[in-house]
Ligand binder design. Structure first.
Ligand code: DQA
Length: 150
């Protein structure tokens, strides 16, 4: 299987941004570790990050041809982007599962972070486990793909 590891706005600043909340690991390190684990699990990861909602929609659309699943940290778009929700829903309907991930425990933070409009169209959600959550999310999406027999 080939997995799209997708990051939304401000996550290019991981490692520098609010380390109390997000830790000191950089996006590059997350991508490298996830790709290494995927290799051990017989999968392949390709990585993308964008600060733009429209670009993220396009990357999700492209995944329907190129990828068998998505691990997606939508950043703050999770809380209000119906366009991303619809994109995830569209590719899910074509058999491409998506697991949503947040590094921080969004439910322990400001009330606006307690809502995710994207999580209901994802196959599952990982939040609050720091960057270890990427391992959980990768295993979860691969399990979905295996269950679907693809
Ligand atoms: C985040 C949580 C979001 O609320 C926030 O806007 C982010 C990061 C996380 O990984 O914990 O940008 O998605």
């Amino acid at each position: 299987p080939r997995i799209l590891l997708l990051h939304g706005p401000n996550l290019n600043l991981l490692g520098e941004r609010d380390p109390a909340q997000y830790g000191s690991t950089t996006l590059r390190e997350i991508e490298e570790r996830t790709a290494a684990l995927a290799g051990e699990l017989g999968a392949e990861v390709h990585c993308a990050q964008s600060n733009s909602e429209g670009e993220l929609v396009g990357l999700i659309h492209e995944a329907r041809h190129a990828d068998s699943g998505i691990v997606f940290n939508p950043g703050a778009y999770a809380h209000y982007s119906y366009a991303l929700r619809d994109a995830i829903d569209a590719v899910a309907g074509l058999g491409v599962p998506c697991i949503e991930i947040h590094i921080s425990n969004v439910h322990a933070r400001e009330p606006f972070r307690h809502t995710s409009v994207t999580a209901p169209v994802c196959q599952g959600l990982v939040a609050g486990h720091g960057v270890f959550g990427y391992e959980l999310a990768l295993r979860a999406v691969l399990n979905r793909i295996a269950e679907a027999g693809k």
